[in-house]
Design a protein around this ligand. Structure first.
Ligand SMILES: [Zn+2]
Length: 334
C-alpha cells in the first residue's frame, strides 16, 4: 500500500464510514500547493519526491477528488514549508495558481527574517489573505524547541493586524498548547492585535490530545483564534476546543499532501508517534492490517468528535465550510 495512490480498499472505507458524514461543500482551511523543483534535490521531503512534480490547483482537485469524491472543494492554500525551499518562488507559484480560483484564498509563506514591509507589499500585490509561519525558519536548534516569537516575530503579527490577515501557526515545543510559553505568546498576540486572526494548526498541534485538553482553557475569551483539524487523527483535542470555545472556531483541513500519506498519528506517553509501514511491524495474527490514508483517518477523527459532541448536521457543515468562508468573507459556496 503506497502513499498517494488511492485504492479500492480506501474507496470502500470512505463509502462505508465517511460518505454519509462529509457534506457536499468543503472549504479546506489547511492545504499545501508546491512545485518539487522549488526544493533542492537533497532536502526534498519524501512525500514531495514520491508525488506529482507540480502540486497546484489542478492536481489538488484530482487528488482530493479521489480522497473525498463528488464534493466541491475550495480552500485556504499555502506553500509546503521546508528549511531550504525557495520561499519567494513558492509564493509566486501560489499567487499564479490562485488567479483561476476565485472561491479560494492563499497565505504567504513567511520567514522571521523578512522585513514586515516586504510582507505587507507582497500580500497586497498578490491578494493573499494571510501568512503561514513555520518553525524550520527559527534560529534555535533544534527548531522544534522554538518559542513562537522566534519564527513569528511581533513586528510581523502587527502587519497582520494592520492588514486584517490570518496567520496559520503550527506550534512546536514538546507539549504544544500545554506549554506556558506558547500559551502566553498566543494570548498576548491575540489581545494586542485583535484584527489578526490566528489559526492554530492541527487542533493547536494536538497530536497528543492531552496537550490541547490541558491548555485550551488558557485561550478562553479570545475572539480571534481558530483551529484547523488537519492531520489530527485522535478526537480529544477537537472535542476540548469545541467545549471551551465553540464549534464555530473549528475549521476542517486536509493538510494536502499529508492527506495522501499512509498512517496515523497516535498519542504515546507525553508525546506522539506518526505510525507508518516503515516504523511499525504490521504483521499481526488477528487480521490483515493495512494502513489507511491520513486524510481518511482524520475524517474518521472528526466523525467521532461530532458524535461525541452531538453536533447537528448544520454544525458539521459549519466546520466543513461555513466557518472558513465566513472567516474570509467569502460568499457561501453552496
Ligand atoms: Zn500542513
Amino acid at each position: 500500500m503506497k502513499d498517494w495512490i488511492v485504492t479500492d480498499q480506501d474507496r470502500e472505507l470512505f463509502d462505508r464510514e465517511l460518505d454519509s458524514f462529509v457534506p457536499p461543500t468543503v472549504f479546506d482551511a489547511h492545504a499545501h500547493w508546491y512545485r518539487a523543483d522549488h526544493f533542492p534535490e537533497d532536502s526534498m521531503p519524501g512525500l514531495v519526491k514520491s508525488g506529482p512534480a507540480v502540486a497546484g490547483s489542478k492536481v489538488f482537485d484530482g487528488a482530493i477528488g479521489q480522497l473525498i469524491p463528488n464534493r466541491q472543494t475550495e480552500g485556504l492554500f499555502f506553500p509546503f514549508p521546508n528549511a531550504r525551499v525557495d520561499v519567494d518562488a513558492e509564493n509566486a507559484f501560489l499567487h499564479e495558481q490562485l488567479l483561476s480560483r476565485p472561491g479560494s484564498r492563499g497565505q504567504m509563506l513567511i520567514t522571521p527574517g523578512q522585513d514586515p514591509e516586504f510582507i505587507r507589499e507582497t500580500v497586497r500585490r498578490c491578494g493573499f489573505v494571510g501568512l503561514k509561519c513555520y518553525h524550520v525558519y527559527s534560529p534555535r536548534r533544534p527548531t522544534f524547541e522554538s518559542l513562537i516569537e522566534e519564527y513569528l516575530p511581533e513586528s510581523q503579527v502587527r502587519v497582520a493586524h494592520e492588514e486584517g490577515l490570518s496567520i496559520t501557526l503550527h506550534m512546536v515545543r514538546a507539549r504544544a498548547l500545554a506549554d506556558v510559553a506558547n500559551q502566553e505568546t498566543i494570548r498576548r498576540y491575540c489581545e494586542r492585535y485583535p484584527n489578526m486572526r490566528l489559526i492554530l494548526a492541527h487542533a493547536a498541534r494536538g497530536f497528543n490530545p492531552h496537550h490541547t485538553i490541558l491548555g485550551i482553557d488558557s485561550l478562553r475569551g479570545l475572539q480571534n483564534v481558530w483551529f484547523d483539524t488537519s492531520a489530527v487523527t485522535d478526537s480529544g483535542a477537537v472535542e476540548a476546543i469545541v467545549i471551551a470555545l465553540g464549534h464555530e472556531r473549528v475549521l476542517y483541513g486536509s493538510d494536502f499532501p499529508v492527506s495522501h500519506l499512509r498512517g496515523r498519528c497516535v498519542a504515546l506517553g507525553d508525546s506522539f508517534l506518526w505510525i507508518s509501514s516503515d516504523n511499525t511491524d504490521l504483521n499481526v495474527p488477528y487480521a490483515r492490517l493495512d494502513l489507511s490514508l491520513v486524510g481518511h483517518e482524520s475524517l474518521r477523527m472528526l466523525k467521532v468528535a461530532a458524535m461525541s459532541l452531538r453536533l447537528t448536521d448544520s454544525q458539521v457543515e459549519d466546520i466543513f465550510h461555513r466557518n472558513g468562508t465566513r472567516l474570509f468573507g467569502l460568499d457561501d459556496m453552496a
